[in-house]
Ligand binder design. Structure first.
Ligand code: MN
Length: 333
């Protein structure tokens, strides 16, 4: 998206926010700190301005524990408390309608719909779209929106925005010019960046360690995948996870993707309700030896019914472990 289109999107977004009587912000299913941080930052600002606001996500029923200390969680409501007809509906960090899960039907009951997102695969499903695949996080786009809107950034708002920035950049591994400047502006409000990172990224219950042991035992390397780029993958089976939190399950890909011999990493996470269904996380390398880097996993995931970013994407697969690995190898080509 060109800068000009995005600026037009921001102006339209501000006009819609100013005009709204009430705002409903929807985060994606299996929420992460970028979607929740974006939703709560919007809620804090709207509430302060006297606009009725609620934030929700379709599933799971509870907010992941690591995000419960984010400011503004009082604005979260259960999915079934989101009315069928709303005034302004904003989807944050959602590339497609499907990412809204069971709340997708609220789009048709909204007077105005707005999409704020940074996924390359975004389908621009809002009547107003603020979408920039170059942004490192959706909270970065929320910050740009707040600048155009003239919002002053309180520590609570900064905390929410920083949460999305630090997690979506992998603790500032995947950065671009301007990333650290944005971090500096947020930190200058007095927030405790180290504590926010520790809570969101570096705290797991002890049960994570034996779970990792079982899961990593399933890891396999396919050096010949995609003409020698290499694939490494592992399975997170329900029997191996016990009752660990989503945070522990989502952390597995960050261990698997460090494999030097593979340019693509995949983690197959078994559904809790349908045994032959897997949620698949894909990662590729932005840098490194040429033979192991540069695979566009958003393209691969989109071909398999999912979506995402160039170096981080995902999809859902049905079948036996052999089936789903075979389908991925075929898609990788
Ligand atoms: Mn994001």
């Amino acid at each position: 998206m060109t800068a000009m289109r995005e600026t037009a999107g921001l102006a339209a977004a501000v006009a819609a926010l100013d005009a709204a009587r009430s705002v409903t912000v929807l985060c994606h299913v299996q929420p992460d700190a970028d979607t929740i941080g974006s939703g709560l930052a919007l809620a804090l600002v709207l509430h302060q301005r006297g606009t009725t606001v609620r934030v929700s996500f379709a599933e799971p029923a509870e907010l992941p524990v690591s995000m419960r200390s984010l400011p503004g969680v009082r604005h979260l409501v259960p999915a079934d408390h989101v009315p069928a007809e709303v005034d302004l509906l904003i989807a944050v960090d959602c590339s497609t309608v499907g990412r809204l899960g069971a709340l997708a039907d609220r789009l048709s009951g909204a007077a105005t719909t707005m999409v704020i997102d940074h996924h390359q695969s975004n389908t621009l499903f809002g009547s107003i779209n603020v979408v920039d695949p170059g942004a490192e996080s959706t909270t970065s786009l929320i910050m740009r929106l707040f600048e155009v809107w003239g919002v002053s950034i309180s520590p609570d708002i900064a905390h929410c925005l920083y949460a999305g920035l630090v997690t979506d950049t992998g603790s500032f591994r995947w950065v671009r010019p301007g990333t650290h400047e944005l971090a500096e502006r947020l930190l200058a409000t007095g927030i405790d960046g180290a504590e926010i990172s520790r809570t969101l990224l570096d705290t797991h219950p002890f049960g994570w360690l034996p779970m990792l042991s079982r899961v990593l035992d399933t890891a396999r390397l396919v050096p010949e995948a995609r003409g020698g780029v290499g694939l490494v993958y592992a399975f997170v089976r329900r029997d191996d996870t016990g009752d660990v939190r989503p945070e522990e399950i989502e952390s597995v890909i960050d261990v698997v993707r460090t494999t030097a011999e593979a340019g693509v990493a995949a983690v197959f996470k078994q559904s809790r309700t349908v045994p032959d269904r897997w949620t698949v996380s894909l990662r590729s390398r932005a840098a490194g030896p040429r033979e192991h880097s540069g695979v566009d996993v958003a393209e691969v995931a989109t071909g398999l019914g999912g979506g995402g970013h160039r170096f981080a994407a995902g999809y859902t697969a049905d079948g036996t472990p052999d089936d789903v690995v075979g389908a991925l190898l075929t898609a990788l080509g």
